[in-house]
Ligand binder design. Sequence first.
Ligand code: PRT
Ligand code: ZN
Length: 225
Amino acid sequence: MSDSNRLRIAIQKSGRLSDDSIALLKAIGVKLQIRDRLLIAHATNLPIDLLRVRDDDIPGLVMDGVVDLGFIGENELEEKMLERQASGKKFEFKTLRRLDYGGCRLSIAVPNEFDYQGVQSLEGKKVATTYPFLLERFFKENSVNASAVMLTGSVEVAPRAGVADAICDLVSTGATLEANGLKEEEEIFQSKAVLIQRAGELPEAKAQLVSTFLPRIDGVMQAKE
Ligand code: PRT
Ligand code: ZN
């Protein structure tokens, strides 16, 4: 990206976190001109560039120091942290604020007819998920020998398709599970959106800008309570 004096913020391009993240930036005084197809958006009143990407890429962009800040779901952040840890990549960052949107839980669900008696019922089973590292950590912590089957989409149809015995997916209202004949049994991670900053010191001007944002974010969240 062009100018290293401008604060770089990674944000989900289009998805469940996009609108709320943009609304928050606007609420704290960042004027944005976003053109739908463009990867980069510039603030018109402050030295800020937005990098609009898939949410999966945001933890890595922050942890590699490519951007200064990122808005991301804790589920994705924790998964990428575990993945990077396993492959020996650096995974440092600073959480600046836990935000009041993007709330969901990562849960294990089984078909309604599955006679579930607790985690041991998963012994020897296949569990489809987009979050294999979080799921495997749960298996390990609970001394269960089960396997995670990685699927990047349509996780909820995996049991019906005969691909897995259970699933581990994000849940908010529970409607998707219900519509697919699944029941939620284990909540393994609770998530909200967070604002994170790259490791290391930011240059003075950028640090100043960030320090003006934080109390404004607190104010915006308080006003909604
Ligand atoms: O394209 P890109 O990779 O950027 O987007 P994505 O498809 O990976 O992510 P997206 O936009 O679906 O979600 C982004 C983030 O929103 C997630 O990482 C979570 O932090 C947060 N979030 C909050 C959710 C949900 N709630 C949620 N309900 N993400 C996904 N879901 C899905 C879930 O996977 C399931 O399919 O919604 C369905 C369940 O919802 P209910 O209401 O039926 O229970
Ligand atoms: Zn994604």
